[in-house]
Design a protein around this ligand. Structure first.
Ligand code: MG
Length: 391
């Protein structure tokens, strides 16, 4: 047996990033071994994954699923844990070389912070962590000498261009596909349905991030994510609409040289690079076909049509609790939109309302961040009941 295999712990194993990560493990069983798998409540898939990859431990966040998980793994020696502590036990497993933080939304925050406290190498796919708790997460990482390697494709692109140094960097430019509504009229956005918003032209992703791409809040969150990940000033982070999603990010250096990372839109590359870094492993599928004519186009984003971009920048500039409010109000509003309780443009209206109404509270500890998160969610639910900002 190869003992040099990197041992990975996957939090969010049954989601889009988690399952793609397991695809990669399967292709590189000589290099990777799954040590722990944690999921929220998709117990059937977690059982299948555990039987296939034989981790030491699995955890299910939703305790009502524990019994089903135990019965599903009967006859194996896989340890079964439950609840938030169980998930954190996976993200801090003493033998884990790399922890993939791929739980969606604020729910992933605790286990990510725990991994950083344990000084882990964290492959981070959960951008909400850095949006809501960027300062706390980066402080924790520094204090415990943890390392964060971005999995988000744009940030993985920046990471590959930077080669470990932000010296001489003038700007970082993140690309955005523009989402499914890039070409539709601004007034038509009021009446788009969840089904339309869930049809992303290029990327296959979970529901939350797909809606965020349609509102372009995703790019706003990514600006905040880049701010923390790379230690840049807000005015050093730009975004550009690039509908082909081949260029994921560019770095502009002080002498005007521009470096870009290009690849087909497939999350397996950034996931794999986070696991192989600083090495590169073969990933045979997915090449840009230069034997065919290609056009790569770029245009500035329409800030009028996509107010979420402006709101995210304003929240980053305001600092303090504003990014956590933005993140929580957006998560709650996206959820209501998916349940058809509010309209598409209700999402930015809710977020703007929450930012205007709540602010100024302290946001330095995990408890304070959760408090801010809860009050923003509460605000959105109350506003949707009153129907003031919803439609
Ligand atoms: Mg991204």
């Amino acid at each position: 047996m190869n003992t040099d295999r990197r041992r990975i712990s996957i939090v969010g194993a049954t989601g889009s990033i988690g399952t793609q990560c397991l695809d990669i493990v399967q292709k590189h069983t000589d290099k990777l071994r799954v040590l722990a798998l944690a999921a929220n409540r998709n117990v059937d898939l977690l059982i299948r994954q555990a039987r296939m990859f034989d981790p030491d431990v699995v955890a299910i966040a939703d305790r009502s699923c524990t019994q089903a998980l135990r019965s599903g793994l009967e006859g194996t020696d896989i340890r079964v844990l439950e609840g938030g502590e169980g998930v954190c036990a996976c993200s801090t497993h003493p033998e884990a070389d790399i922890v993939l933080g791929a739980a969606s939304g604020i729910a992933g925050l605790k286990s990510v912070l725990a991994a950083l406290e344990a000084g882990k190498v964290l492959a981070l796919a959960n951008k909400e962590t850095l949006v809501a708790a960027g300062d706390l997460a980066m402080r924790t990482a520094r204090l415990h000498k943890a390392r964060i390697i971005p999995v988000d494709s744009e940030h993985a692109g920046v990471f590959q261009c930077l080669e470990d140094s932000t010296r001489y960097v003038e700007k970082v430019i993140l690309t955005a596909s523009g989402g499914p509504f890039r070409n539709i009229d601004r007034t038509a956005l009021d009446s788009v349905t969840p089904q339309q918003a869930l049809k992303h032209p290029n990327w296959s992703m979970g529901a939350k991030v797909t809606i965020d791409s349609a509102t372009m809040m995703n790019k706003g969150l990514e600006v905040i994510e880049a701010y923390w990940l790379f230690g840049l000033r807000e005015d050093q982070i730009e975004m550009v609409v690039h509908p082909q999603s081949i260029v994921h990010a560019m770095v502009l250096f002080e002498d005007g040289s521009l470096k870009a990372q290009l690849s087909l839109p497939d999350m397996r590359l950034p996931i794999q690079y986070a696991l192989s870094y600083p090495d590169r492993w073969p990933l045979p599928e997915g090449r840009v076909d230069w034997a065919r004519p290609q056009s790569l186009t770029f245009a500035p984003p329409d800030l009028e049509k996509f107010p979420c971009l402006r709101l995210a920048r304003e929240a980053l500039a305001a600092g303090g609790s504003a990014p956590a409010i933005l993140n929580a109000a957006n998560e709650a509003a996206v959820d209501l939109f998916l349940k058809e309780r509010i309209g598409f443009m209700g999402i930015p209206r809710m977020v703007e309302g929450a930012l205007g109404k709540l602010s100024g509270s302290s946001c330095n500890t995990y408890e304070e961040i959760l408090q801010v998160d809860q009050s923003a969610r509460h605000y959105v639910h109350e506003a949707s009941k009153r129907n003031t900002l919803a439609l």
